[in-house]
Design a binder for this molecule. Structure first.
Ligand code: NI
Length: 222
């Protein structure tokens, strides 16, 4: 299951991020340095130095915004957001077909996120393409919006043709590793919230909440 965070960031927040990242004094490095041995052959972008003070500061703010998003909490059940990178692609740059590594230094990658920081009119090409069993899906979101998708999918970033594409990408370890269980919990949670809106803390709501909590106890990791 993939889902959109629309919006994740306000226009002033996106402007602030863009200004900080596109300051000419900021150094960008070859993104291939943080790719696995096979993804390295198709990764052609630039990344902010993960150890730089700017990265630490911007990543902390973005991490807080992601983890505060109610849809992300309900659908991803994040145990931790363990990696966040800022990436840019100019003309001719992109990231060919690959699958994200199962484990990164901070944990298992169950869900990937791309936060779009450039206005879609600021570049052509550069679509994120997810390869689902039912076909390819091109994703191109407004600045400040994000997509969260299963890290199990093959995906790519089409080469940028003109302009510049600025994004943040990150990885979550979910409390529930199995995607189908995560989806069941999300639907149950959504249903009980609708019920709560309709009839408050009724007897049925309490039963559904008990079911939800106990399934999470059964399937989740803490
Ligand atoms: Ni990837």
């Amino acid at each position: 299951m993939r889902f959109l965070l629309q919006p994740l960031l306000t226009p002033p927040e996106v402007d602030g991020l863009r200004q900080a990242l596109l300051d000419p004094a900021v150094a960008w490095h070859d993104g291939a340095a943080t790719a696995g041995w096979h993804a390295r052959t198709v990764k052609n972008n630039r990344q902010l130095d993960p150890a730089s003070p700017l990265q630490q500061q911007l990543a902390a703010d973005l991490e807080a915004a992601l983890l505060a998003h109610p849809l992300l909490q309900a659908a991803a059940l994040p145990l931790r957001l363990h990696t966040l990178r800022f990436s840019r692609c100019g003309p001719g740059e992109g990231y060919g077909r690959h699958v994200d590594n199962a484990f990164l230094a901070g944990g298992r990658a169950d869900l990937s996120v791309t936060v779009f920081l450039s206005d879609p009119d600021a570049y052509s090409g550069g679509d994120l393409v997810l390869e689902h069993p039912w076909g390819d899906e091109s994703i191109r979101l407004a600045a400040g919006e994000a997509i969260v998708y299963p890290s199990t999918l093959l995906h790519r970033v089409e080469p940028v043709v003109s302009g510049e594409r600025l994004v943040a990408v990150g990885w979550f370890q979910s409390r529930v590793r199995e995607a189908d269980r995560r989806e069941l919990l999300f639907e149950l949670d959504t249903a009980r919230r609708h019920l709560f809106q309709q009839e408050g803390k009724s007897e049925v709501f309490d039963l559904l909440s008990r079911c939800y909590a106990n399934l999470l106890r059964l399937w989740g990791e803490g």
